[in-house]
Ligand binder design. Structure first.
Ligand code: B12
Ligand code: SF4
Length: 530
């Protein structure tokens, strides 16, 4: 045991956040904080490629490894997916895909094809570049320490861990979901393979690995004095005042929404971080000038039984005297009470996202989302009455399951009601097309309906696969394709609102009551039955 302890306290851990838009790298911050609390003598360094210009990626990584000489490289890979409804890294991928798949005008189709090709190339270049950075970093580290190892984890790895098996160097530890206990076990020299991970070249990932429960962990406030000391570029995110700095208040989501993988990445069991610890963490950031926080929870109020926890946290923020902050989060608006509304406004919530996906109660039920749309409306009214006067983003994904003209009319009615509550300029309809993700009910449904075959590659961007993953099936697929193209054409800067307008022009608007009532029927097709 003694030998093992000695061996592992001599580890030098380099956390490399792989290239990514500059979103605060809260994942590696928490991992290094956790390791420091468990093994205070281990030397660590954070290196964030999100703050490095693309041409300098390799030279900056080389320099960092030459200087720090790590024995363990912890690569954190945040995102791979590109179907954003807004401008992505290589243009607007959704627009290009829709132009290519649905445009009738051959020139627009060609423009879509060329744009799509550019994104296709950028996507694979990015993928290979990140894999190349892992290989390069490991090789270089092994020049200084032959036994140096690499681990990869993070949001993108959690979703695509099975596919990455083929492309990473042998011996790489691939981690799914939170990595704290995996790192603890690895560093204490014990068996770590019972955590949600596998080792490339040793064994194939266990079947249903992602569905295993994460090991429970009591989270304490991150020690930012320490983080500052191991992360030379920490100030990058503090100097620009408009960054929303991530703070996690809980992990897990108990719901079952058909397209969502968060609930398996984080697990269904909700684990609340003690409110005092969350506030203590925010206070450290606050003292460094941070005023904008993003509560990075899968859902800030995952279910009614967590309302009291949210109240406790917000009340403690009020008591802390941090009165000039703003915060944002994903909020299940069906769990907002008048008391919570009041606290949300008091503590400076100035943006939130509601992922209802459809304004038709019937479809919301079929997608297994567990929302009562009537309750959501009532709670939004309470929030407005409490003085909320900022932006709400409402996520809609048309055509997920059983969409019909009447359900579209219901969604329009629902959205118009939200506009009446908050003001049309305050409600942003964010039109997403569901990117089908592995390990979701929607994937099961696609297998069952023969839309996809088991063994398909969810990371593929080949047009024939991408069209299926960019979930927009016929018979309504071409209709939505055309509506979206028209919206980009008419008002590219306000795409979501324009889509709603065109849909209303073409199909009309249902009475609100129709949207809110869902007749019970037992159709084979609905996901509730998968
Ligand atoms: C909050 C969130 C956001 C917020 C972030 C706000 C902020 N300021 O931080 C917002 C809304 C802005 C956002 C945006 C986007 N997001 Co987002 N987001 C999330 C969410 C819900 C939580 C991420 C988070 O911070 N968690 C808390 C921290 C502590 O966890 P973590 O970073 O994952 O790190 C932990 C583990 O991953 C692990 N770990 C991390 N690295 C490593 C490395 C090793 C070696 C090990 C062992 C472990 C490990 O340990 C860490 C500590 O426990 C995740 C889904 C989820 N539930 O995880 C999606 C997620 C990360 N987002 C995703 C995507 C795609 C995006 C967008 C690109 C969407 C889009 N198409 O527009 C945009 C990016 C926008 C941009 N500007 O580029 C994907 C990424 C995977 C993918 N599909 O490619 C995820 C996983 C959702 C999903 N299932 O698709 N997002
Ligand atoms: S969509 Fe939201 S509420 Fe539904 S399972 Fe995912 S995180 Fe939970």
């Amino acid at each position: 045991m003694e030998v093992k302890t000695q061996q592992h306290t001599s580890e030098r851990i380099l956390y490399v956040r792989l290239p990514c838009n500059p979103i605060f790298p809260i994942g590696v911050v928490y991992l290094s904080d956790h390791v420091h609390k468990q093994f205070p003598n281990i030397e660590q360094r954070i290196f964030d490629l999100g703050t490095v210009p693309p041409l300098d990626y390799t030279s900056a990584l080389d320099r960092c490894i030459d200087e720090f000489k790590p024995t363990l490289l912890v690569f954190s890979w945040r995102d791979i997916q590109i179907y954003a409804p807004v401008g992505g890294r290589g243009g607007n991928p959704l627009q290009n895909a829709f132009e290519f798949y649905y445009a009738k005008n051959p020139f627009i189709k060609l423009r879509g094809a060329l744009g799509g090709l550019r994104i296709f190339i950028a996507y694979y270049v990015e993928l290979w570049r990140n894999l190349g950075l892992v290989k390069r970093g490991l090789k270089l580290a092994q020049r200084y320490h032959t036994e140096a190892r690499a681990m990869v984890g993070g949001g993108a790895v959690s979703v695509f861990y099975e596919q990455l098996n083929k492309s990473l160097p042998n011996g790489t530890i691939v981690s799914v979901g939170e990595g704290e206990t995996l790192l603890s076990k690895l560093l204490s020299g014990g068996e770590f393979r019972d955590e949600r991970c596998y080792v490339v070249g040793e064994q194939a990932p266990r079947n249903r690995l992602i569905h295993e429960q994460p090991t429970p962990l009591e989270k304490t406030a991150c020690n930012y004095d320490y983080i500052e000391s191991i992360w030379p570029e920490f100030n990058y995110y503090l100097s620009e005042k408009d960054f929303y700095i991530g703070v996690q208040t809980k992990r897990g989501c108990p719901h079952n929404c058909c397209y969502c993988v968060y609930t398996v990445v984080e697990g269904k069991q909700v684990r609340i971080n003690p409110a005092d610890e969350v506030v203590a963490e925010m206070r450290q950031l606050y003292n460094r000038g941070v005023r904008n926080f993003w509560f990075t929870d899968a859902q800030f109020i995952p279910a009614r039984r967590f309302i009291d926890d949210a109240i406790e946290l917000l009340q403690k923020i009020v008591d802390s005297g941090m009165t000039d902050i703003n915060w944002a989060a994903y909020i299940r608006a069906d769990n907002v009470t008048p008391e919570l509304s009041d606290l949300m406004v008091k503590t400076g919530m100035n943006y939130f996202e509601i992922g209802i996906t459809s304004g038709s109660q019937e479809l919301v039920r079929k997608m297994r989302m567990g929302y009562n749309l009537r309750t959501v409306l009532q709670n939004c009214r309470d929030l407005k009455a409490a003085g909320f006067n900022d932006l709400v983003s409402v996520n809609y994904s048309f055509n997920v399951i059983d969409e019909r003209p009447e359900t579209i009319r219901q969604t329009i009615a629902y959205h118009r009601e939200l506009e009446r509550i908050f003001g049309a300029d305050k409600v942003e309809p964010a039109i997403f097309f569901i990117g089908l993700q592995p390990h979701t009910h929607l994937e099961e449904y696609a297998f069952k309906e023969n839309i996809l075959q088991p063994g398909y590659d969810p990371m593929s961007l080949m047009p024939w696969t991408a069209k299926k993953l960019l979930w927009n099936p016929e018979p309504l697929g071409s209709f939505f394709g055309e509506v979206c193209l028209q919206a980009w054409n008419r008002n590219p800067n306000d795409f979501g609102r324009e889509v709603m307008k065109i849909l209303e022009e073409r199909l009309g608007c249902a009475p609100l009551e129709e949207a809110l009532s869902a007749p019970i029927e037992n159709k084979q097709k609905q996901l509730v039955g998968v």
